[in-house]
Design a protein around this ligand. Structure first.
Ligand SMILES: NC(=O)c1ccc[n+]([C@@H]2O[C@H](COP(=O)([O-])OP(=O)(O)OC[C@H]3O[C@@H](n4cnc5c(N)ncnc54)[C@H](OP(=O)(O)O)[C@@H]3O)[C@@H](O)[C@H]2O)c1
Length: 325
């Protein structure tokens, strides 16, 4: 990009979400003009304090409506797509959002000559038994076909104060006497700080990542699901039974839980647990990682306790914290 950040307009689809908050903060700090494109701009007001007056502007766009996507991308120098869903509801289908929605964003970016950064997920695979993983892979393929110079980033599970993973299991452990370990809890993850992924997005949009490549982003440690649950329980100072259950039973549970307004688990998420969610050796060898972008990722131990303390019985006044002082 030849223009200075101050002169550059970045349209960020899904900017009101969890990763969006970190990405908008990183962009605002560097002085970019930011257009946040979401279905409900009135729910993006929390982003305003991250920038100067007038620096961040929210507009209405739905990835399932190509005209609204095009309007939101108009005149942008960079387009970032962070839109993703964890379960299907109504017209929010995986294919419509992750695959054809991603294509609509890439076509719009290409039409306006904007650089595209597309956020996918580790595990994206058109042969996966999970619809989520298949739709993410299809989205990568369609996005790169429409915008061949795009950079794709695939994070492992994200952590940060508003994350869905650690907060969800810590909350579950507060009211449930046991935490199920689907498939024995052997699935491996490489949790990565949302702020580090936001930094990688900034690197990519400023031309410090290779165009047309897929980067795999993971944190400094690989942990099994069981180890992650042990970490959560130790952090919130609660003892709970960790009960290994076979995938088939997990799927049965998920077939009921999926009907909750915000499901704790869906059968498709059980399918995702069949594969490890870690940076591949090939990505490491080919320099498609955080390290290759010059980013030294934060460990979950240095961030997660700073927001999970609220799930302790005595909150911030817990024994461990007072003893630490
Ligand atoms: N969180 C993780 O652990 C994780 C791990 C790997 C990959 N990822 C990927 O990282 C990206 C960001 O994830 P996140 O955790 O920040 O998700 P999130 O908090 O759920 O945010 C999703 C965003 O997408 C918007 N959105 C949803 N449907 C839309 C549609 N049809 N049209 C336009 N906008 C729509 C939402 O805003 P409105 O609902 O207001 O429109 C929201 O701003 C996603 O692509 C996700 O798959 C996340």
């Amino acid at each position: 990009m030849t223009a200075t950040p101050f002169e550059s307009l970045v349209t960020i689809f899904g900017g009101s979400g969890f990763l969006g908050r970190h990405a908008v903060r990183a962009l605002a700090k560097r002085g970019y003009r930011i257009r946040v494109a979401v279905r409900r701009p009135e729910l993006a007001n929390h982003l305003q304090p991250l920038g100067q007056v007038g620096q961040i502007h929210a507009v209405q766009a739905n990835l399932r409506d190509a005209a609204s996507v095009e309007a939101a991308a108009r005149d942008a120098d960079v387009v970032i797509n962070l839109v993703g869903i964890l379960f299907e509801r109504g017209r929010q289908r995986f294919d419509a959002v992750h695959a054809f929605g991603a294509e609509a964003v890439a076509l719009a970016a290409s039409a306006f000559g904007a650089r595209l950064i597309h956020v996918s997920a580790i595990g994206a695979d058109e042969r996966s038994s999970s619809l989520y993983a298949r739709s993410k892979a299809k989205g990568e393929r369609l996005a790169l076909a429409a915008s061949p110079s795009a950079v794709v980033v695939r994070p492992s599970i994200l952590f940060g104060p508003e994350d869905d993973f650690f907060n969800r299991f810590a909350s579950m452990a507060c009211f449930s006497p046991a935490v199920p370990l689907i498939g024995g809890g052997h699935t491996r993850f490489q949790p990565v700080f949302a702020g580090d992924v936001a930094a990688a997005i900034v690197c990519a949009m400023e031309g410090r990542a290779r165009a047309g490549e897929v980067y795999e982003l993971g944190g400094p440690e690989v942990k099994s699901f069981k180890e992650l649950m042990q970490f959560v329980l130790a952090t919130i100072e609660r003892r709970r039974l960790l009960i290994p259950i076979p995938f088939a039973l997990g799927k049965l549970q998920a077939s009921v839980l999926q009907w909750m307004p915000k499901p704790l688990l869906t059968p498709d998420q059980v399918e995702l647990l069949r594969s490890d969610n870690v940076v591949s050796e090939q990505a490491g060898r080919e320099g498609r990682t955080l390290a290759a972008l010059g980013i030294d990722p934060l460990a979950m131990e240095s961030v997660v306790p700073s927001y999970l303390w609220r799930f302790r019985k005595a909150g911030q006044f817990s024994r461990q914290m007072t003893e630490d002082r």
